[in-house]
Design a protein around this ligand. Structure first.
Ligand SMILES: NC(=O)c1ccc[n+]([C@@H]2O[C@H](COP(=O)([O-])OP(=O)(O)OC[C@H]3O[C@@H](n4cnc5c(N)ncnc54)[C@H](O)[C@@H]3O)[C@@H](O)[C@H]2O)c1
Length: 251
């Protein structure tokens, strides 16, 4: 059973589809209720309605996370996978000093604290099972510290790397593997507020040109690593951050 946060749209929806293809049952957990319901209906038509559920939940809301994930876990058995995907830069690109404290806190709450809260909600069950897989989503922008204008987002995603390593150490003795992927820049259909379309296009071209494989990433490029880190094939891999960026970064 896999829980995919932010699974209603964009990359999370791709991950949900790939995990269903691989045989998992999937719970789509997303703050956007209508998009989550539509995603679950579409995935259900393709892979079987009994294998998909949708829940509305803001991952930064501790009470909602606890209630929602307990409900998901109680209804399904089998090895548990958590894909901590909900997040994004959320705000228009701007100088670091110009963000309000509220804006800063919100980006960290969704991208970093949300991953921690969701992990907290599943770990008791994983410990009881003596097995579990947590896959966090960082970003290769952490290695670059670039593009300029995304300080809260890059700080939050750097925190995700630390959280991944700390949880891997703490939970490894209980059979729980914790890894992350760090995607490069992947255009998705979801409307973004971060860059104007022209700037986003220029960014995409510049990043692609700097990669070893000079092509723009597509969502499907990330699905293989997600499936691998969710499966028993990666049982001796933990605490790792896998850059999936066409060779844009090496560390
Ligand atoms: N697209 C990229 O280039 C890229 C690169 C590196 C990392 N990432 C990361 O991958 C993840 C998915 O990115 P995406 O481009 O598909 O984004 P997206 O905006 O297309 O989709 C994000 C999904 O998360 C949901 N969401 C947002 N806030 C939430 C919250 N508080 N609680 C629950 N759900 C919430 C949204 O409703 C949406 O369905 C994010 O963590 C993002 O930071 C994306």
């Amino acid at each position: 059973m896999a829980i995919v946060t932010g699974g209603a749209q964009g990359l999370g929806l791709e991950y949900a589809g790939r995990l269903l293809q691989a045989g998992a049952r999937v719970a789509v957990v997303d703050v956007d209720h209508d998009a989550a319901a539509a995603a679950a209906a579409d995935l259900g038509r393709r892979y079987g309605a009994h294998r998909v559920v949708a829940h509305r939940c803001d991952v930064s809301d501790e009470a909602a996370v606890t209630t929602t994930l307990q409900q998901v876990i109680a209804s399904w058995s089998g090895p548990l996978v958590l894909i901590n995907n909900a997040g994004g830069a959320l705000l228009p690109s701007a100088p670091a000093r110009s963000f309000s404290r509220t804006e800063w806190d919100r980006v960290l709450a969704v991208n970093l604290s949300g991953a921690w809260l969701c992990a907290n909600a599943v770990v008791p069950r994983m410990r009881a099972d003596g097995y579990g897989k947590i896959v966090n989503i960082s970003s290769t922008m952490v290695s670059k510290g670039w593009p300029v204008g995304l300080a809260p987002y890059i700080a939050a995603k750097a925190g995700v790397v630390g959280l991944t390593r700390a949880l891997a150490r703490e939970l490894g003795p209980h059979g729980i593997r914790v890894n992350a992927i760090a995607p490069g820049y992947v255009p998705v259909a979801t409307k973004k507020v971060v860059h104007e379309p022209q700037a986003a296009n220029a960014l995409r071209e510049r990043i692609a040109a700097e990669q070893c494989v000079p092509q723009t990433l597509v969502p499907a490029d990330l699905c293989g690593p997600i499936e691998f880190l969710s499966s028993a094939d990666s049982d001796f891999v933990t605490g790792q951050v896998i850059n999936v960026d066409g060779g844009w970064t090496f560390d």
